[in-house]
Design a protein around this ligand. Structure first.
Ligand code: GDP
Length: 297
């Protein structure tokens, strides 16, 4: 289960303080130290941990605790609030363009789950919002990528726009826009190429596609299992493309929590969705508060 180790450690730390009728500064210090170690062990970004612990300490030794009737509970509430805040507010809305179609560009490294998430997002847009998306196959490098998207399109009974592997991805994206307008699609979801590592060729191509179609959303898909690597990837993509949100995949696995807890603080971009499995209906809105509750029990 995701966050298992972190949850266990934080819950045992918190148990020590929950029932206390009086909380001393020493108690707060001890708790902060344990939380800090648990977070670092879960691969949360060092600076993020430091800032978080400072905020918790500052608030926990402050008046809101000292004047409370249940100081232990009050401290826990602070930890919960701060963890929630760390993962960002509630923010799983998808932009709607003034003039359709709304364009969503999916970016990320190979294997992160980009193509799968493209299908999942299309499914969600149709099911929940009654939209009519056009999927666009712009990954012309990975041999099976177009085929994979076409298979998803067939499963979903949704059209996929492709010009094969010889066409230029920028041209594909532009032509897809014309097609979407002609056929009255209200969303265009562009599956772009990924690489094994962030490189300048990839970024240049993505920047060109962005310039050509002016996307309303750029969703970065990252694999939650990759911890701080995911955070570094998010930082690079955000610097180069100014992404609008993150989709964290494989949260159904036993990820330690580092990516989920660091990405928002490092990039200041919200995690909008969570991938919870390989199936097309396993994409969920990301709820920071629920995540915090899962971690703290
Ligand atoms: P891409 O290279 O980024 O387009 O990645 P793919 O969409 O091909 O996904 C890579 C692998 O991850 C595939 O086997 C997917 O089924 C799997 N995958 C994607 N999202 C999730 C998820 O949320 N949970 C799990 N368990 N597997 C996922």
């Amino acid at each position: 289960m995701a966050f298992e180790g972190l949850a266990e450690r934080l819950q045992s730390t918190i148990k020590k303080i929950t029932g206390k009728g009086k909380v001393s500064e020493q108690d707060i210090k001890e708790m902060s130290r344990e939380i800090r170690l648990a977070l670092l062990e879960a691969d949360v970004n060092f600076k993020v941990v430091k800032d978080l612990i400072n905020r918790i300490k500052e608030r926990a030794v402050g008046q809101e605790v000292m004047e409370s009737l249940t100081p232990g509970q009050q401290v826990i509430k602070i930890v919960r609030d701060e963890l929630t805040e760390l993962m960002g507010g509630e923010n799983s809305k998808i932009a709607v363009a003034d003039r359709p179609p709304t364009v969503i560009m999916m970016v990320g490294l190979q294997g992160a789950g980009k193509t799968t998430t493209t299908g999942k997002l299309a499914n969600l847009l149709r099911k929940k919002h009654n939209r009519k998306p056009l999927l666009v196959a712009c990954d012309v490098y990975r041999p099976a990528a177009i085929q994979q998207l076409e298979t998803l399109g067939t499963q979903l009974n949704m059209p996929v726009f492709s010009l094969g592997t010889e066409a230029n991805p920028v041209d594909i994206a532009k032509q897809a826009m014309d097609k979407a307008k002609e056929e009255h699609h209200d969303y265009v979801i562009i599956d772009t190429a990924g690489r094994l590592h962030v490189d300048s060729d990839l970024m240049n191509e993505l920047a060109e596609i962005k310039a050509a179609v002016s996307p309303d959303e750029i969703f970065l898909v990252v694999d939650a299992m990759t911890g701080q690597d995911a955070v570094n990837v998010a930082e690079s993509f955000n610097e180069q493309l100014d992404i609008t949100g993150v989709v964290l995949t494989k949260l159904d696995g036993d990820t330690r929590g580092g990516a989920a807890l660091s990405i928002k603080a490092v990039t200041d971009k919200p995690i909008k969705f969570a991938g919870m499995g390989e199936k097309l209906d396993q994409l969920e809105a990301f709820h920071p508060e629920r995540m915090a509750s899962r971690i703290l029990g």
